[in-house]
Design a protein around this ligand. Sequence first.
Ligand SMILES: *Cc1c(COP(=O)(O)O)cnc(C)c1O
Length: 227
Amino acid sequence: MITVTENLSFLSDLLRQAATDAGRDPAHVRLLAVSKKQPVDKIREALAAGQRDFGENFVQEGLEKIRALAGCDLTWHFIGRLQSNKTRVVAENFDWVHTIDKLKTARRLSAQRPAGMPPLNVCLQVNVDGEATKSGIAPHEVPELAAACADLPNLAFRGLMCLPAIREDIDAQRVPFAALRTLAEQLRRDGIETDTLSMGMTADFRAAIFEGATIVRIGTAIFGSRG
Ligand SMILES: *Cc1c(COP(=O)(O)O)cnc(C)c1O
């Protein structure tokens, strides 16, 4: 039985190798362990192995895990679809939200962020594939929503996130990630500070790292298959 600890060790070698091959500093690629549908025990094992960032997709499940692990030194990222009636729990309990796709959601998160907590870090989810079925905003909507998020008092606008379809080979897989990188470069030229590209999962992290991913969101390669 391969353990979470062994998986993390193997994966961190692969991430380091990808960054090095891409001519990047491996310290600039942060591993977000996606723990959705995985038991708290596996999160504890990852914590013991030194993993600090965890991602959850469902508000209630995430909240239960945050409560179960209260007092542990970790950072919680919300990476699922966020309905506007669930924003309060997220604003009060998470450190990051990667999936902003509406100004209304961003405004609610800012308004509901408790005083005394640091600003909530946010990324915009961008539909770089243009598939009708995928969530996220269209590329042309990025500048306006990014500027609006950057202006909200209790949010820290960090960057962009995407979840493209899986392609046949690495060159094809780099295309959507390059599109996200280009959008972030455009924001910088427009004077909007951004330091985060949240892109790459178990199947496509190497392509994402080649295109500048600063956060890779990986579940299966760490925890095994879900449920
Ligand atoms: C589930 C999920 C991941 C992790 O996917 P794996 O293929 O298990 O690595 C990453 N990002 C998002 C948004 C997810 O929902």
